[in-house]
Design a protein around this ligand. Structure first.
Ligand code: ADP
Length: 219
């Protein structure tokens, strides 16, 4: 027990990889030597008991494992946070992290791109601004700040005209969409990195969520 079990166990639990690497030849030799007996036994056991599963961790166990082994692991706090953040991505919905409609900076479709409006857009500093028609819940367009590059404030161009010209596509997503699904859609890059979050059927927009919100949630 002492020489065959306790001492090798104690050494291997601390230096398992190094011991394994140096003794792989001996292991292979004994595998070959015992194969005539061990291989049929293993096949028979598989047949009777089913295939071996090995150690399987589900999401909750992985998160807990990260938590309890944090102090002894070669991972720093940021890495553990990212791993844990990535693991809970599927459980959170965009509704939990979105910027609610009341806090969104939006423009009405009938706005005019004069000096005041453009200054206000600059002051707010957002690169994408939802444009609504009559009701704030009825978002019809996303104005990109870069679309203003060719706009002269003296022309006082109607916003509707600029929206009609650029016709920027945007994502609308239902509020209970999981963050990982939202991230997948942002990753395609087809309709930009900002989504308008819709509430129940017919009740229109309730907020917005951007790629940055999801990354913030991960890190
Ligand atoms: P930006 O490129 O304009 O800086 P980001 O996509 O980096 O925007 O998002 C930064 C934060 O600002 C996110 O929390 C996002 O929800 C929020 N945000 C983005 N656009 C708007 C907007 N028009 N009004 C209010 N909040 C916004």
């Amino acid at each position: 027990v002492i020489f065959g079990e306790i001492i090798p166990q104690a050494i291997c639990s601390r230096h398992g990889l190094a011991v394994g690497a140096k003794t792989i030849g001996i292991t292979k030799f004994f595998m070959l030597l015992t194969a005539p007996l061990s291989w049929p036994i293993s096949k028979l056991l598989d047949l009777v008991l089913g295939e071996e599963l090995g150690t399987v961790y589900n999401r909750a166990r992985l998160i807990e494992l990260l938590r309890v082994t944090q102090a002894n692991m070669d991972l720093n706090k940021d890495e553990v946070n990212i791993l844990q953040g990535a693991l809970v991505l599927q459980e959170k919905k965009i509704e939990d992290i979105m910027t609610p409609l009341g806090d969104c900076y939006m423009l009405p479709l009938e706005a005019v791109l004069d000096f005041d409006t453009i200054s206000e857009i600059k002051d707010k500093g957002y690169s994408r601004i939802p444009v609504y028609d009559e009701e704030e819940t009825n978002v019809v367009h996303i104005l990109l700040a870069k679309d203003l590059l060719f706009i002269d404030p003296d022309d006082k161009k109607p916003l509707a005209e600029v929206c009609g010209f650029y016709k920027t596509q945007f994502i609308t997503a239902e509020k209970d969409r999981p963050l990982n699904k939202m991230l997948d859609e942002f990753k395609t890059g087809e309709k930009g990195h900002l989504a308008i979050v819709k509430g129940e059927e017919d009740c229109g927009a309730i907020g917005l969520v951007s790629l940055e919100d999801i990354i913030e949630e991960i890190i």
